[in-house]
Design a protein around this ligand. Structure first.
Ligand code: C5P
Ligand code: C5P
Length: 465
């Protein structure tokens, strides 16, 4: 079926439901997906009971109520249909809105899914929040204000990373938000912190691309900003969002010259930025990537409900708690990244691996791995293994890589699904970012097996070229 038919079917099932249980993932895409569906349903007079879980796995299944409500799974479910089948959840009581690679239930139960991976190129880079928005938009055109949350979910799941902008359906959603006055699309620089951080800090933090002489060198960034007249003094702290169009042009061309003078391509310097004009200036809510980090800070530190409240519009007590979560999240992620770089990863041949033990929660090691990778060997996927605090018999695995490695034949989702099944665990995710849980005790054999599978993918990839 096409996406339009599938969205229509989902809307029809929902219209006939008396009550809904909404089961969602704890990251930015999961929280925004939940907030979109939840608001669309509540506005339509349907009662919703939200349940956030860190992943669908045997131990979290108990959080799904055994009742007669319609179960809507957002940002998870497609890869764990085996668990739904095992729990005897009837197919006519389930809608899955997802973008993870689907894995069929072993006994063939056909759960109804709207999954962006089913509908070709236009949808390939549309996260679960994007699918949730298409559904909300079908339920009522007045849900157009929710496009902003869909943009946050898409950016949080890195849907703009490869092309330095949202593409296909995700871009259409951003435009829809713009037409409702909720999103402002601007061509800007491919950096983080454009609403809240001083420009010299933003530039010196840039790692995609690395700007020679500027990345890692805030004083040189100040010099460049003074030379271009963008900064008026050494102590200036102007943000990117405070620049006018002319200043953006001057900055972009100065940075491009800096790249070219050092023999680097300026290609990835410019990116499309998604600002939210109805939020207070100089707050993390003013642009999609900072908003997404705030939601991740809440969800990945077990407070998804605070993130949900922010999505619903709370700018009081819950928002202040979210600000606190964000500060904490940033400092621990920085520490984790430094830990990985200082401890060093083990070069296994085709992957690089590190075990962080019980130092950091399993919900954040993947983010740290992704950030550390930019300062490690970018040609080898990184694997981080850690303990799971409330499940002493389990280990959590997170893997990350880059597009250029995917083009050489690597698929991390395939590797982790296969390897974890061999060790009685379960994994899933995307080709570029995947995760798994495995039983303790097999860590060395598991990592070796992952290395071997990636090695095979590299070998097959080079043959196919
Ligand atoms: O479960 P989920 O897909 O939401 O996990 C999101 C995580 O995967 C994020 O940490 C994000 O960095 C990573 N990811 C990525 N590139 C993608 C999709 C997800 O790095 N294309
Ligand atoms: O946890 P982490 O951010 O590393 O997850 C990366 C991707 O792998 C996410 O999309 C997540 O939903 C997925 N994942 C999964 N099964 C697991 C662990 C993670 O599908 N057991």
């Amino acid at each position: 079926m096409g996406v339009v038919e599938d969205i229509n079917t989902a809307a029809k099932i929902i219209n006939e439901a008396d009550a809904v249980t909404l089961i969602s993932h704890i990251d930015a895409d999961g929280i925004t997906s939940e907030a979109i569906v939840s608001q669309a349903l509540t506005r339509a007079g349907i009662s919703v009971n939200p349940v956030f879980i860190r992943q669908l796995e045997p131990l979290t299944m108990k959080h799904i109520p055994k009742d007669d409500t319609l179960k809507i799974f957002t940002d998870l479910g497609s890869g764990q249909q085996n668990l739904l089948e095992e729990a005897k959840i009837s197919a006519d009581k389930v809608i899955i809105l997802d973008h993870h690679i689907a894995q069929e239930a072993p006994n063939g139960t056909k759960y109804f899914q709207v999954n962006s991976q089913f509908y070709g190129e236009e949808y390939a880079k549309c996260s679960a929040a994007g699918i949730a928005y298409l559904l909300a938009r079908k339920i009522s055109e007045s849900n157009k204000d929710l496009a902003k949350l869909a943009v946050v979910g898409n950016i949080g799941d890195m849907m703009a990373r490869e092309n330095c902008m949202l593409t296909g359906a995700a871009h259409w959603i951003a435009e829809d938000g713009e037409s409702a006055g909720k999103v402002k699309i601007v061509r800007g620089i491919n950096c983080y912190g454009l609403s809240t951080r001083a420009l010299h800090i933003v530039l010196s933090n840039s790692d995609d691309p690395i700007i020679p002489g500027i990345s890692g060198a805030p004083q040189s960034a100040i010099k460049l900003l003074l030379k271009t007249g963008i900064y008026k003094s050494q102590t200036d702290t102007k943000t990117f969002e405070e620049l006018n169009t002319e200043e953006i042009k001057i900055l972009s061309s100065a940075l491009a010259q800096q790249m070219i003078a050092n023999g680097e391509s300026p290609e990835r310097l410019i990116a499309e930025i998604y600002f939210f004009p109805d939020e207070t200036i100089k707050t993390p809510l003013r642009n999609a990537s900072e908003y997404a980090t705030m939601l991740n800070a809440c969800g990945r530190w077990t407070k998804p409900k605070i993130g949900e409240a922010v999505c619903f519009g709370d700018r009081g007590i819950k928002y202040r708690e979210a600000e606190h979560m964000l500060r904490h999240h940033r400092s621990i992620i920085r520490e984790l990244c430094e830990y990985i770089l200082e401890t060093g990863v083990e070069d296994m041949g085709s992957i690089q691996a590190i075990n962080t033990g019980n130092r950091y929660p399993d919900t954040i090691v993947g983010i740290g791995a992704g950030m550390a990778l930019s300062k490690l060997n970018p040609d080898k996927p990184i694997l981080v293994m850690c303990e799971v605090s409330d499940e002493p018999d389990l280990l959590k695995i997170s893997m990350r890589t880059y597009e250029k490695v995917l083009r050489r034949g690597v698929d991390l989702q395939e590797v982790l699904v296969k390897a974890s099944a061999e060790f009685n665990g379960a994994g899933g995710g995307h080709n570029i970012a995947a995760g798994a849980y495995i039983p303790k005790g097999c860590e060395n054999d598991f990592t070796r097996r992952v290395n071997e599978l990636v090695e095979n993918q590299f070998a097959a990839g080079s043959k196919n070229r």
